[in-house]
Design a protein around this ligand. Structure first.
Ligand code: BGC
Length: 362
């Protein structure tokens, strides 16, 4: 009996040791929100490109639009011994629980593209200038509108994404004076109409409008909303219309809905991300513009931050963002407006996409 116990103990020890030596240690964990949107698949590809030849071990996981899955991913990475977590949250508020668990283990957390809100567990933030994104979209609409009473349809991102507020705030900065002076007339949001006299909106006020015109970053929701708006709009509310669409995926869905309505004579629709499908839409003049966010820069910035942290140094930052609880040190990147006139220069000549991915490119 004694011998058997000893034997079992030895076996257990060997199994334990093998497990220890084979369990892969990971230095940097990266968690992205979903594979269902080309934007984040693009980020994954750019991370892989940038990480070729690195001495650090890195693992990238996707949360598939679920905060529960996101928490599981973070826990799995914590168990693998990560020192730095780079995370783009599915839901900026809900992600706090996941990163607080990481913080407890001494892991440094970098919020990637989307801020994680109402927690002190986020150490750094790498982001594009999201206010500038919304401003660029709105400026484009303004530049194409002539006369007064132009029909304006507003759409927004998911309210669980802090960026949706920043994009909307930027757009409102530019659109509101042009609504006040009669250039535009809002057609699809009673909340926006009720607030159209106010130059600066509180987060709650923006929340009311976003609550009405959210796409939840979902193509189907965007399409269904656009169709419902067109059904309830009169012919006079159609004609030549202007559409603030928050990103490329929703822009294409909304554009397709407006394109099938015979009372819509023309539509000018904005976008964001320079997704390949939208670049083709721009070449085909089915989407007016996009805001190009060079993901290579964001990837580079976040890896440089992680490497600084791993080397015991202070990462470089350019400012800070308040997340409702603390000021998070941030590194911010500019954005580039792309339309049919500069699509080649901005996206092909810059080496971002090969020309062969598109047809009809001038
Ligand atoms: C990102 C956009 C993206 C959107 C939907 C935002 O937080 O900044 O680039 O289109 O989420 O995924």
């Amino acid at each position: 009996m004694k011998k058997l116990v000893v034997l079992l103990l030895v076996v257990a020890l060997i199994v334990g040791m093998t497990a220890c030596t084979t369990a892969k240690k990971v230095d940097i964990g990266i968690v992205l929100p979903t594979k269902d949107e080309p934007r984040w698949v693009q980020d994954e590809a750019r991370f892989k490109e940038a990480l070729k030849g690195t001495d650090y071990s890195v693992e990238i996981l996707f949360s598939q639009g679920s905060s529960a899955k996101e928490k599981e991913n973070v826990d799995a990475l914590i168990a693998k011994g990560i020192k730095v977590l780079i995370i783009c949250p599915h839901d900026g508020g809900a992600a706090a629980a996941a990163i607080e668990a990481a913080k407890k283990e001494g892991i440094k957390v970098i919020a990637y593209d989307r801020l994680i809100t109402d927690t002190d567990a986020v150490d750094f933030y790498v982001t594009f200038d999201s206010i500038a994104v919304g401003e660029a979209q709105a400026k484009y609409l303004v530049s194409k509108a002539h006369g007064t009473g132009n029909s304006l349809y507003l759409y927004a991102g998911a309210a669980s994404d802090n960026n949706a507020f920043l994009f909307f705030e930027g757009a409102w900065n530019i659109l509101q004076p042009k609504i006040a002076d009669g250039t535009f007339a809002i057609k699809n949001s009673s909340e926006a109409v009720a607030l159209q006299g106010k130059a600066k909106l509180s987060r709650d006020e923006m929340g009311k409008i976003i609550g009405q015109v959210t796409t939840n970053w979902d193509f189907n929701e965007a399409k269904n909303k656009a169709e419902a708006h067109l059904t309830s709009a009169t012919a006079a509310d159609k004609g030549n219309v202007f559409i603030l669409a928050p990103n490329d995926g929703t822009a294409r869905a909304i554009a397709d809905a407006f394109a099938t309505d015979t009372a819509v004579l023309s539509y000018t629709v904005t976008g964001q991300d320079a997704e390949k499908a939208s670049v083709q839409y721009i070449i085909d003049e089915k989407q007016a513009m996009t805001v190009f966010k060079d993901v290579r820069t964001l990837v580079k910035d976040s890896i440089e931050m992680a490497v600084s942290i791993l080397g015991g140094k202070d990462p470089q930052t350019t400012g800070s963002y308040n997340n409702g609880k603390i000021d998070v040190k941030a590194k911010q990147t500019e954005v580039i407006v792309v339309n049919v006139d500069n699509v080649r220069a901005a996206l092909i000549d810059s080496g971002y996409y090969p020309a062969s991915d598109f047809t009809g490119l001038q």
